[in-house]
Design a protein. Structure first.
Length: 198
């Protein structure tokens, strides 16, 4: 099986524990910053919604949300928590049917290798409106491989910035480094990336 399938198998088998451990993590600072880029009532793609925590926050704040996750078990639990259907699809296979004001990819793209990450960002950026915002959070370290039965592609701040320069219509507006909200000891890159007109 490929990296994606093995990672999704982990989430399917551990969905209950994952939801319990993440559903109440505080993403307030990043959420507030992200929403400052989104027009009132705008449409957000939650790419890798997990427990549905952030999608529910967006929806409760009056935004339109499309939530996507590759784990069938997480989709079931997130659908119930959010109060709307979650699309079950890998990022590689997902094709949107609409345009978005923002794409929220919180700790999700990091489960792709660099080639697939580039492909997914390139594809989904076509569905992001001009001046729309990507939020991308990945672990801040130099690592690629399996850890805790999941595949991770992590980057340093410098390698992430270099990686994002491949996308001619995207520009990093702000980047911060934060400590893990669940007390796991690692740091995260939090990037707010805007789509510009070519």
């Amino acid at each position: 099986m490929d990296n994606t399938r093995l990672t999704l198998d982990y989430y399917d088998k551990n969905a209950d524990a994952y939801v319990k451990s993440t559903q109440h993590a505080d993403m307030g600072v990043s959420l507030t910053k992200f929403l400052s880029y989104i027009p009132k009532g705008g449409k957000i793609l939650d790419l890798g919604c997990g427990s549905g925590r952030d999608s529910k926050t967006f929806k409760d704040a009056g935004f339109k949300v499309v939530a996507v996750d590759g784990s069938k078990e997480l989709c079931k639990q997130a659908s119930e928590f959010i109060g709307q259907n979650v699309i079950c699809s890998t990022f590689q296979e997902y094709i949107p049917s609409e345009q978005f004001d923002g794409i929220w990819a919180n700790a999700s793209l990091l489960h792709l290798n660099e080639k697939d990450m580039k492909s997914v960002i390139t594809k989904l950026s076509l569905y992001l409106k001009i001046s729309g915002c990507w939020f991308i959070a990945i672990k801040c370290e130099d690592f690629e491989g399996f850890r805790d039965n999941r595949f991770y592609k992590s980057m340093t701040k410098e390698t992430f910035i270099a990686f994002m320069k491949q996308f001619k219509d995207l520009q990093i507006d702000k980047i911060t480094i934060t400590v893990d909200k669940l007390g796991r000891g690692n740091s995260w890159i939090n990037a707010f990336v805007l789509k510009k007109a070519r």
